[in-house]
Design a protein around this ligand. Structure first.
Ligand code: VG1
Ligand code: CO
Length: 566
């Protein structure tokens, strides 16, 4: 049977350039006539979907269901052989990555703006992932962007919408459609990776002193969290909260950090909860927070890397073939790599840069300071994976310590006592003027070309610490596998005591510019517990003052204080 393919006339829209992770804009922008259609057609023009199998899944935010139907209309007209779709159009980002790999699909379209707020007045996003399950590399996203600039028509087959709530097989015109359970494959994946019996035994036998709380932040992970923490590990219902996905995330900002996950933080402190954790809108980020103990993402990945080969079956069996971090992430994981004799790669910000190394078998565990942690089990960062990894490590550490409870805090202190500690913090200046941000970047570039900051010494007014600049540079990256080059991935000010400040413009915002300042200072293990276990902001105070002063950030951005500190 043949179906009528219609060609619809259209004109290019400006600015359909995928950022750090997909195209993210206000919903209202996506709702403009032809806007979403243009971008979807541009994806198909860039990747030729004829005869291919593609996965579709979203984080359940506002405008997801409509967009799934749009993709069906355009995809079927462009010759897609089969779509595999999460029930109700829902798949967490890590679950989607897993489905692409497990079902050997050729790629996938993910509908998410991650941790950005959702709802009719907030953000939506579309991202293309390739056959390894990871975000498309720049070579592909650049091609998509080029297509958006010259598009003149898109193709559709107009048929009644598919019922996304019904699991099973159907067709949309010439295209096969399979609607699958969003959760079960993912739970199975984690059960194959971690020691569930050990974790279950630990959380149940120590339930009086070791309470667990998972916060889904009304993002996509609620059902995943319930399946794992309540159904598989036998924890009480009260150990999950905000676990019903909502199209506007309950009006909140589904970003698991100390500012936005305050509901979790408050309950952990009030109810004496040893282990709290949250994940973001699309489920790829995580925060680990126990009573009186916050784990920075940079420390989190280092600690997982340190224990994995001993505690986690997946790595016990397969070994660890290299570690990695994004450039602004602290060097804590580097110290672990050094001690264990492992390669440690430093890549630009964005998970897509880890993919090639994983495919080449040179990377097992990696992380980003932006609450992203993961491994080569899939090709996206994975919030629930990181949370269960921590539980697995704690269960294992406690098996070795039957008389004294090892909580998050003890694990952190133990780690610093061996490796020393990189104090790390990030200051975000959100929605500042683009001109101000550009001035900041230009001024730093001038310092780079004129070497005008090198060898200058700066004294913090409040702490009296002195910092001498060793070098200012731009971070350029050459992928060791395909040798592609990514330039200008952040400006780095290095000091001669090893401290470092990085400045970077965000590539995920949907309005104005967002400037990120990343600050890091290393304290060796020999400094002793009083120095090592200090509060982060305390440990970084002097360096932050100096960073703000030499970059003139406050003047350029006209902001006294950052929007968010993590
Ligand atoms: C931010 C983070 C980056 C992360 C990206 C996507 O990008 O800094 O580390 O990979 O978000 O995260 P930017 O360009 O705004 O700094 V998301 O959770 O898609 O989960
Ligand atoms: Co996310």
């Amino acid at each position: 049977m043949s179906y009528q393919v219609k060609e619809i006339q259209t004109k290019p829209f400006e600015g359909q350039k995928p950022g750090t992770s997909g195209l993210r804009k206000r919903v209202k922008i996506f709702q403009q006539e032809h806007y979403t259609e243009n971008f979807v057609q541009a994806i198909f023009d860039a990747v030729d979907p004829k005869g291919k199998t593609l996965v579709i899944g979203g984080d359940g935010r506002y405008y997801c269901p409509e967009t799934v139907q749009t993709i069906l209309r355009i995809g079927s007209a462009n010759g897609v052989a089969k779509f595999i779709i999460g029930k109700d159009g829902i798949l967490s980002t890590p679950a989607a990555s897993n489905i692409i790999r497990k079902y050997k699909a050729d790629g996938g379209i993910l509908l998410t703006a991650s941790h950005n707020p959702g709802g009719p007045n907030n953000d939506f996003g579309i991202k293309y992932n390739v056959s390894n399950g990871g975000p498309a590399p720049e070579s592909v996203t650049n091609k998509i962007y080029e297509k958006t600039k010259s598009i003149s028509t898109y193709k559709v087959i107009e048929l009644p919408p598919i019922d996304l709530g019904k699991k099973g097989f159907s067709t949309y015109g010439p295209t096969n459609v399979e609607i699958i359970d969003s959760v079960s494959d993912y739970v199975q994946l984690l059960e194959d990776i971690f020691d569930f019996p050990l974790i279950k035994n630990f959380v149940q036998s120590r339930s009086n002193e070791f309470k667990v709380l998972f916060d889904g932040m009304h993002g996509v992970t609620g059902p995943y969290g319930r399946a794992i923490f309540v159904d598989a590990l036998g924890l009480p219902e009260s150990s999950v909260q905000n676990a019903i996905p909502l199209p506007d995330f309950g009006g909140g900002h589904p970003d698991p950090n100390l500012t936005y996950a305050h509901e979790l933080v408050e309950r952990v402190e009030r109810d004496n909860i040893q282990f709290g954790a949250a994940s973001d809108g699309d489920g790829d980020r995580n925060m680990i927070y126990g009573k009186g103990a916050f784990v920075t993402p940079s420390d989190s990945v280092a600690i997982i890397a340190d224990w994995a080969a001993e505690a986690i079956p997946y790595f016990k069996k397969g070994g660890i073939h290299g570690l990695a971090r994004s450039m602004p992430t602290s060097a804590q994981i580097d110290y672990v790599a050094k001690k264990k004799g492992l390669e440690c790669h430093v890549v630009p910000t964005g998970w897509k840069f880890f993919g090639n190394l994983m495919d080449a078998g040179r990377l097992s565990i990696c992380g980003e300071e932006s609450f992203g942690t993961g491994s080569d089990h899939i090709r996206e960062k994975d919030g629930v994976w990181a949370i269960v990894a921590w539980l697995n490590i704690l269960a294992y550490a406690n098996q070795q310590s039957p008389n004294e409870l090892v909580g998050i805090k003890q694990l952190l202190e133990k780690h610093y006592a061996v490796y020393g500690r990189s104090f790390f913090s990030r200051y975000d200046y959100e929605e500042v003027s683009s001109e101000g941000a550009q001035k900041l970047v230009d001024a730093l570039n001038e310092h780079i070309s004129a070497s005008s900051l090198a060898k200058t010494t700066h004294t913090s007014k409040s702490t009296g610490q002195k910092f001498t600049v060793a070098e200012v540079s731009n971070f350029d990256y050459t992928d060791p596998i395909d040798h592609s080059v990514s330039k200008n991935q952040g400006q780095v000010v290095r000091f001669d005591d090893g401290s470092r400040v990085v400045f970077r413009l965000s590539g995920t915002g949907s309005q104005g510019a967002t400037v990120r300042m990343y600050v890091e200072r290393y304290v060796p293990a020999s400094a002793g517990p009083a120095e090592l276990n200090k509060d982060t902001q305390e440990g970084l105070k002097g360096l932050i003052e100096v960073a703000l002063e030499i970059s003139k950030l406050r003047e350029f951005l006209e902001r006294e204080k950052p929007t968010v500190i993590t």
